[in-house]
Every structure is written in C-alpha cells, then in structure tokens.
Design a protein around this ligand. Structure first.
Ligand code: SF4
Length: 391
C-alpha cells in the first residue's frame, strides 16, 4: 500500500491544488449562499477556464476543476468580478466558515456569518491553521454537529446563543453582539495555548491533549443534532443532491433559473423557496435513489494519487448496497470523499481493491487480502453483513 500524501491545508481560489485533471479552485461563497447571477457567472467561468466540472465540498464550498496555469489568472479575475475572491491567500484561508443552510429570515444566522467573515478578513485576525474552521449552527435545530469545525456558534436548549469549542461540553453564553469577538478570542486562545505547535492543529485534539479552556466557559448541554437530511422539500426550499457531489456547468447554469441556492456540507444544494422537485437533468431529488448509497472520490485518472478507478465501480454496485447503508469507494487510503467510517469501505491499493465493513478507507486498505469486484462477489459481500470476513 502506498501512503497517501497529507496536504494539511485546504485548497482555495488563490491557492489552488493540483489534481490529475488540473488545478482545483475552491470558491468559499459568502454565507454559503449564491444569487442566480453569480451562479450563471460561475458556470460560465467553469466552462471557459476549467473543464466544466464543479464539486460540492464537505465544507459547503464549490470546487472548479480543470483550470490550468494559463487559465488560473483570468479565472480569478472573473471570480473577483463576482465578489468571490478574498484580499489575500491568508484572508481566504482564515475565512473557513460553514453556515447552517436551514437558517430562517430574521434568526440572525446570516448576519452572524457575515460579521464573522468581515472580522476574519482583517489583517490582525488570528492566523489559524489551514483546516481550522468555524460553524454558525444557529438555525431552528442544530444540523452541523457532525460537520468538521473548531469553533461553533450554537444555541442552547432555550435558544440562547453560545460559543462552543469543538470537542468540549463547556461553552460560553454570548449575544448577537459578542458572539463574533468571542469567537476570535477563542481562536487566539487556541493559538496562544499551543493548539498549533507547527502550524497545524485542531481544537478537539488540543482539548483532548489536556488544554483547559478559559474559566468563563462552563458546562452547557448540547442539543441533539439532526441526522444528515435527504433530498426533498423542506420549509426553506428544495434540497437536491448530485451523484458524487459533482455538478457540471450546464446544470449549475440551469439551477440559476430557479433562484438563489444555499450550499450544504452534505454535497447537496438547497434551492431557496422551491417547493417541488425541479425538472433539471442531473439532479437527484428522490431520497430512495440508489446512487445516494455510495460515495466515491475522484479516483483515477483525475487524481494523481489514485490507485484505481472509483466512480464507475460505485455506480455499478450502487443498486447492490443494502438500503440504509453507505458504501465508500476510495481511490487510495486517504479517503477524501468520506473521512470517517462507512458501513462498507472499498479502497484501491497497489494489489487491487481491499474491503472492510464499518471501516475507514485506510482501515480497508490495511486488510491483508483483496476482494473481487465482480457484481456477484460484491453482492455477496454487501448482503451478508454478518458473515465472517476473511482475515
Ligand atoms: S482518496 Fe481519492 S481523491 Fe483523495 S487522494 Fe486518494 S485517490 Fe485522490
């Protein structure tokens, strides 16, 4: 098994990442919301300066694929004209904010997110590590509890705002006026207390190593988080998914005809105000669609680290995956598409695909023997979950 390369930072627009199909240019939409005009602009730029493919990331961002060294500069100019570019790569890296897509008009979530973004754009904002981020989970119910973030603005069981360090049962009561300054103070505390010794680090790991939060933090019970939602109508609009979380420029342009969209960390978009399933090809609107049973990274040939093709295999075996379970097909042990455990993990290795139940991609890759990926073999493996696995 070849070890995957850990980057330790997330790609941005100003600091793109090279993948097998070119540069990946990540757009961090302000407040996670895009107006129709902006959507049309992004679709046009993706066609002209990329390969027309756009990923929805697990951090509720868009990733334009297939840019080149020659097209990166005009792509950035185009994105800047759409107000999607930060003042510097550092400011872009700091503005790592996920907002609940289910905020309601007047609940203050959009305002909090906008003020947090403005504060993080200041030159003296805490320069936290590349993967360090903030969650504004202040909608009617918490939905971002399982989404990666280090500093969380939430509500307590009475609906009052609190600030929570990820991984802690303690939180700080805040108000709409103090939430953002308190979030930045917590980020400064993280850095000053040694949370990122060599420029890398996450809040939960820092606390697990024994760091003690400032004494103003006190135990405040968590509210039960809602499970990840499925495609369908919701009070705020219609939630639509895409196979492997990837949209093409044409589909993105078509979405613009429906209204503003909100990006989600579940690789789905919320079409604001829509009440019925939009008739746009490529949208997954049926929660029973088998393609939702599988997740797969770019794999070969799009990713230079891939040791196998992933998405055709995942499409082929999606109908075989038992209802209510998830199969993760990964091009290598890094497991980009699903960092946690999946009910079934199939990982490409130098020897072939290796599989494991209730495992991460890395755990599957570490299995000693390969699994045959023919439909009948996989059907047997997927549908006999209690059968002993070969060592
Ligand atoms: S998990 Fe997939 S996308 Fe991530 S590095 Fe490996 S092959 Fe590439």
């Amino acid at each position: 098994m070849s070890a995957p390369i850990i980057q330790g930072w997330c790609p941005g627009a100003l600091r793109p990442m090279l993948s097998g199909d070119g540069l990946v240019v990540r757009i961090r939409a302000q407040g996670g919301r895009l107006e129709p005009e902006t959507l049309r602009g992004i679709a046009d730029l993706a066609r002209r300066f990329g390969n027309g493919l756009i990923d929805l990331s697990a951090r509720a961002n868009l990733q334009l694929r297939g840019a080149t060294e020659a097209t990166h500069a005009p792509l950035i100019d185009g994105l800047r004209a759409l107000s999607l570019i930060d003042a510097s790569p550092e400011a872009e890296a700091r503005r790592n904010i996920i907002v609940t897509p289910f905020w309601a008009e007047g609940d203050g979530s959009a305002d909090l997110a906008a003020r947090l973004a403005k504060a993080l754009a200041q030159a003296d904002a805490p320069q936290t590590p590349g993967k360090f981020g903030y969650a504004v989970d202040t909608g009617p119910a918490p939905v971002l509890s399982d989404v990666s973030a280090d500093i969380r603005i939430e509500r307590d069981t009475s609906g009052n705002l609190i600030l929570r360090a990820d991984g802690s049962d303690a939180a700080l009561p805040v108000t709409p006026a103090t939430a953002v300054p308190a979030a930045l103070d917590l980020a400064r505390w993280f850095l000053a207390s040694g949370g990122a010794p060599s420029g890398r680090g996450r809040m939960a790991a820092h606390l697990a190593r024994g760091a003690t939060l400032p004494e103003t933090f006190r135990p405040i019970p968590r509210r039960n988080g809602a499970p990840a939602p499925a495609p369908g109508p919701l009070p705020q609009g219609f939630l639509a998914a895409f196979a492997f979380g990837q949209i093409d420029a044409e589909t993105l342009g078509a979405l613009a005809g429906l209204g503003p969209i909100r990006l989600t960390p579940w690789r789905m978009v919320l079409i604001e105000g829509a009440t019925t399933a939009p008739a746009i090809p490529g949208l997954i609107t049926d929660p029973a669609d088998p393609i939702l049973n599988v997740t797969a990274c770019t794999g070969a040939p799009g990713c230079p680290q891939a040791l196998g093709e992933t998405r055709a295999l995942a499409r082929r075996i999606a109908p075989l995956v038992p209802k209510g379970t998830l199969l993760h097909v990964s091009g290598c042990a890094k497991g980009c598409a699903h960092p946690g455990k999946a009910d079934f993990a199939l990982t490409a290795t130098l020897d072939g695909f290796k599989g494991a139940r209730n495992a991460t991609a890395a755990e599957a890759a570490a299995r000693p023997s390969t699994v045959p990926v023919g439909p009948s073999d996989l059907s047997l493996w997927l549908n006999q979950p209690t059968a002993p696995e070969k060592p």
